[in-house]
Design a protein around this ligand. Structure first.
Ligand SMILES: Cc1cc2nc3c(=O)[nH]c(=O)nc-3n(C[C@H](O)[C@H](O)[C@H](O)COP(=O)(O)OP(=O)(O)OC[C@H]3O[C@@H](n4cnc5c(N)ncnc54)[C@H](O)[C@@H]3O)c2cc1C
Ligand SMILES: NC(=O)c1ccc[n+]([C@@H]2O[C@H](COP(=O)([O-])OP(=O)(O)OC[C@H]3O[C@@H](n4cnc5c(N)ncnc54)[C@H](OP(=O)(O)O)[C@@H]3O)[C@@H](O)[C@H]2O)c1
Length: 361
């Protein structure tokens, strides 16, 4: 039976501009947790990686599908656009520096336990107002940035990490993205229409001994903050992470490094279980003078990453800009080739085994 446990962790949300009505005592938040999912499947993981050789592909195909991610009791689409959950904004704070190219905000909405979600899921948001056709705005999806118990540890809230979209169109006019600007402008106390939760691709592995490699660009960090809070800032009676979590985060400038202090705190708490690598594209270069993208940083650890990828309990997650996927494939192709392996086939097998998980946009 699950028991309730509590632990404290510091929250770092640097706020040059911020808005909140819920105020945890100073910067410390107390977490209380009841967990429901079980580790039942953890001992029965299927080694589908053997599919890389042709003879074993057929036999592996016959193996009954065993989910390696925490899908038990998952809630999907409880709230639909016609009947959204009406939450309230509890806090909204800018987490990028004033000189960063673009603004990213961290926001927390009340859910009163009505929107149960898991780490790695997303919610939909319907912005107030109407579109050019006079119809209500369509929902936009956002990856959830808090763990299942929320930033306040009471399972009564959900957090997002949202980039304010502003661009110049072909006519030279400044255009503001509908929903991201609506969200970034929310004030504490404002109502917000929430749909979902949705998504299974980015759910965390059940296995607490897993190696979890997280590749995020910009706001693609959201699901990884969710994973990492569960791994390092919370106590669960049925989940104690003691594997390896390795986060690669790509951002344009050091003033746009999202949740940096939180991740550094995690590293202090669990130096043997957490690795943290940043790629700051407009400030750093590699030895060849190339721009430091996330895949450029990963290339520094290419052999090590490739060895990790050969393990049955290594899980890779990728989230953020679509362009990063190709860059990462490119380094994997050459690594796999050295072992005589066709990367694209290998990746397909990893995907089947739920070990290669991608949500890019
Ligand atoms: C699964 C999923 C999860 C997501 N998670 C997050 C998240 O955690 N955080 C986050 O910030 N976003 C996230 N997004 C993106 C989010 O859903 C929205 O697409 C984003 O906020 C923009 O919506 P908007 O309403 O502000 O812009 P819209 O008003 O919808 O405008 C966007 C449109 O503007 C045009 N456009 C955009 N940029 C340019 C440009 N530079 N030049 C010309 N035209 C352009 C394109 O046509 C684009 O479709 C996620 C998307 C998906 C699919
Ligand atoms: N689940 C999802 O699908 C999901 C979740 C969250 C966010 N998103 C989307 O992800 C995107 C993140 O954008 P953002 O504005 O938050 O990010 P950002 O702050 O602009 O950071 C993106 C980083 O990626 C770099 N980059 C650009 N092209 C790249 C490439 N081909 N390969 C690797 N890195 C590359 C950028 O470098 P330069 O700018 O210096 O070139 C920058 O350093 C948004 O489009 C958002 O809507 C999707």
């Amino acid at each position: 039976m699950a028991s309730t446990t509590a632990v404290t962790a510091s929250v770092s949300l640097p706020s040059s501009k911020s808005s909140r009505i819920f105020s945890p005592s100073s910067d410390r938040v107390s977490f209380h947790k009841k967990t429901s999912w079980s580790l039942r499947n953890a001992g029965r993981l299927v080694a589908v990686r053997a599919q890389v050789t042709t003879t074993e592909t057929d036999s592996a195909a016959k193996v009954e599908k065993v989910h390696k991610k925490n899908v038990e009791g998952l809630t999907v689409n409880k709230f639909k656009p016609k009947n959204p959950y009406i939450g309230r904004c509890l806090l909204n704070t800018k987490i990028t520096g004033d000189d960063a190219p673009g603004e990213t905000w961290h926001m927390v909405f009340s859910t009163e336990k009505e929107v149960p979600y898991r780490e790695g899921q997303s919610i939909g948001i319907i912005a107030d107002g109407i579109d050019k056709k006079g119809k209500p705005h369509k929902l936009r999806l956002y990856s959830i940035a808090s763990s299942a118990i929320g930033d306040f540890g009471d399972s009564k809230s959900v957090s997002l990490c949202v980039k304010r979209l502003i661009y110049t169109n072909d006519a030279g006019e400044e255009v503001k993205g509908v929903c991201s600007n609506y969200l970034c402008d929310l004030k504490a106390g404002d109502e917000v229409k929430i749909t979902g939760p949705i998504g299974k691709e980015m759910l965390m592995p059940v296995d607490p001994t897993a190696t979890v490699i997280m590749l995020g660009t910009g706001t693609g960090i959201a699901p990884f903050r969710s994973f990492l809070w569960k791994m390092f800032f919370e106590k669960h009676d049925d989940y104690k992470f003691n594997g390896l979590a390795w986060l690669f985060l790509g951002v344009p400038t050091s003033s746009s490094l999202l949740y940096k202090e939180e991740f550094e705190k995690m590293k202090e708490k669990a130096p043997d279980n957490f690795r943290l690598d940043f790629a700051v594209s407009r400030e750093q270069k590699n030895d060849k003078g190339e721009k430091m993208y996330i895949q450029t940083r990963m290339a520094e650890y290419a052999e090590e990453l490739w060895e990790l990828l050969k393990k049955d309990n290594t899980y890779v997650y990728m989230c953020g800009l679509k362009g990063m996927e190709k860059g990462i494939d490119d380094i994997m192709v050459s690594l796999a080739e050295k072992d005589g392996i066709d990367w694209m086939q290998y990746k397909r097998d990893l995907k089947k085994a739920e070990q290669w998980n991608v949500e890019v946009y």
